[in-house]
Every structure is written in C-alpha cells, then in structure tokens.
Design a binder for this molecule. Sequence first.
Ligand code: SF4
Ligand code: SF4
Length: 179
Amino acid sequence: MNPVFGQTGLLRMGLCLMDTIQNIHAEIDRQTAPIENIHADRLQCRRGCCACCIDDLTVFDVEAEPIRRHYPELLTRGTPHPPGACAFLDDHGGCRIYAHRPYVCRTQGLPLRWIDELDDGTPVEMRDICPLNDEGEPIETLPEDQCWTIGPFEAELVDLEKEMDGGQMRRVALRSLFG
Ligand code: SF4
Ligand code: SF4
C-alpha cells in the first residue's frame, strides 16, 4: 500500500471503485488548494484557458470508469471536441467532465517538481510549470512545499489499477470514451 494515504486499502475494506477514486481526487484537491492559494497571483488557470487540454491524454482505466458512469449521455450522444484538443472541451474551452476530471487535470497549472536520474544514476530534482504561469518567483527557488510533487499520487493510482485489473495496467485514451 502506498504510504501517502493508502486509498487502495480502502478498496479491500469494501469501498467501491467510485468511492475510492472520489476519495483520491478529493485528497488531491485538498492538497493542491494551499499551493494554489500561495500562487494565486501567478496562476492564470481559469475556465476557458485550455492550452493544457491536449488531445492525446490517456488515463488508467480506474479514472476512466467514473467518467463512463457519470456521463453516459455525453459519451453516447454528445459530440467530442474536434481532434487537436481534448475531446471533453466544450465550445468555450470549458471542461464537460470537470467534477470527475482525472488526476493530471487537477495539478496541471501548479509549479511541478519530480525526481529524475542523471545518466550515472544520481537523483536530480526537476521542475516545470505551464508557460502561462511562469511569471513570478523563479520556480527553481521555490520551497519544495510550494510545488506539487509528482510521484506519490501516481503510485497510488498504479496500485489501484493493479488491484482492479490484475496487473494489465490498462490505459484509456480520453477521446476513445466517446461513442
Ligand atoms: S478532461 Fe477536462 S480538464 Fe482534462 S484535458 Fe480534458 S477538457 Fe481539459
Ligand atoms: S495550466 Fe496553463 S494552459 Fe492550463 S489552464 Fe492553467 S494557465 Fe491555462
């Protein structure tokens, strides 16, 4: 079980997948909220700003399933956004599945940090931010806790997907959910 908050253990305790994913997303939102507050002046993220809503996003099946369950009408009768941007964008650049959007969409605009490896195996910290949110204190000098750390929640989703599909690690293209 991942040490962050062990949501996958909740599955074993009898919570259904929908509740488990909802809990994971709620925890992500809880943890991103203070980081968003700290960076409120630099973040340009808002409804209609959708340069980050690219067309080739894939998610683990455990994050696709809530979209299937909550938006059957949209998926069977709705029209996907034309290729070139995420199929779930509406005509005004808004997200049509916002309440159940996947993990990656919940952290996109924040200063991001992750641990990579140099060729010789030495760990190195990497940082990045959406170019639209770059103005302000250089992200290289931000304290760690003012950045979103990539890794722990990904591990949580990996554990959950493994538990649900027996290790097939199915990934689903968001666009493929239509039709
Ligand atoms: S699911 Fe919504 S927030 Fe995520 S990329 Fe698509 S339109 Fe954007
Ligand atoms: S991450 Fe960048 S492109 Fe996406 S909503 Fe925020 S400012 Fe706009």
